[in-house]
Ligand binder design. Structure first.
Ligand code: ATP
Length: 296
């Protein structure tokens, strides 16, 4: 009996896996169908970068018509400066980043880089100009080194080593038996959220784009991991036009400008000390996070 049971059980498993894969595929195709078609036109120009200034001009946006996400948002990121975006979950922070990378089209208003509207330039030249460190990085089933080199496949070995050092990955890599040849990803070593984000930082360093978007991970990190990311992030944002989406205000007190987004609108902006003096929403968020930090 057991001789029959095992193969049948296995067949059942295979059947369920195939069903699941097909459902995933359907969901993915469904999502792709819903996305607006974003592509170059014959009139698209190459983006001409001078200093890497980013401007949002009266930008409004919604994923679907009945639910506005951003309302009339305007701000500029001067070349080489760091702007932080803060606000409650769902305020629209990551949506701003997705619009800049042109995963979606603005509903009204415009986004420019060095005065060129991003919808008039080729997608390739736009995306070459921007490096993204996402909240949750996808790792491929290959070595750590190859995962990093993916940031710029033509990078030299020395450049990869330098990116590893700047992203504070050296000690982690040295602690592994196979060093940077260790396999990661779903079928390899499981790396922590903090290590994953530093791999993404190393990729961004290699990409050498003048504009950087850093989407801070929401997951709680221990203070050692947070410090390592912070140091790595400071190294990569230096001399870049940077947009940092932050959840922990302690990580962005040095930003040149902090934007407080509330339900898709820009509520306050200024430096950390200016916003504390304003005694508005930022000051409240700061107070709350300070108290939480004391209690942990
Ligand atoms: P968090 O701090 O939690 O990352 P956020 O401020 O970055 O939040 P967004 O990710 O920009 O917020 O999302 C803003 C709103 O848009 C949310 O209400 C979210 O549910 C909605 N939203 C995000 N992505 C999509 C999508 N692909 N389709 C439809 N709605 C979406």
């Amino acid at each position: 009996m057991i001789q029959l049971f095992l193969p049948l059980n296995f067949l059942g498993f295979v059947y369920r896996e195939i069903r699941r894969a097909l459902t995933d595929l359907e969901n993915m195709l469904g999502l792709l169908n819903k996305k607006p078609h974003i592509a170059d036109t014959p009139a698209s120009q190459l983006l001409t970068l001078s200093k890497g200034e980013v401007s949002f001009n009266n930008v409004s946006f919604s994923y679907d018509a009945n639910r506005p996400i951003l309302n009339n948002v305007s701000f500029s990121v001067k070349p080489g400066t760091k702007v932080a975006i803060v606000g409650a979950s769902g305020a629209g922070k990551s949506s701003l980043a997705r619009l800049l990378y042109r995963f979606y089209e603005v509903s009204s208003g415009s986004i420019t880089i060095d005065k060129q509207p991003i919808n008039t330039v080729t997608l390739h030249s736009l995306r070459q100009a921007i490096a993204i460190v996402p909240q949750d990085t996808v790792l491929f089933n290959t070595s750590i080194r190859e995962n990093i080199a993916y940031g710029r496949p033509t990078a030299s070995e020395a450049e990869i080593d330098q990116a590893i050092a700047m992203a504070h990955l050296t000690a982690f890599i040295n602690s592994l038996d196979k060093g940077d040849k260790t396999l990661v990803g779903e079928r390899g070593l499981k790396v922590s959220g903090g290590e994953k984000q530093r791999i993404a930082i190393a990729r961004a360093i290699l990409k050498k784009s003048p504009i950087l978007i850093f989407d801070e991970a929401t997951s709680a990190l221990d203070s050692h991991a947070e410090q390592a990311i912070l140091t790595a992030m400071r190294a990569v944002t230096q001399n870049h036009t940077s947009i940092v989406i932050a959840h922990r205000l302690s990580t962005i007190i040095d930003a040149d400008n902090i934007l407080v987004l509330h339900k898709g609108e820009l509520l306050e902006q200024g430096t950390h000390s200016e916003l504390l003096a304003l005694n508005g929403q930022y000051a409240q968020m700061w107070q709350l996070q300070q108290e939480q930090a004391k209690n942990t």
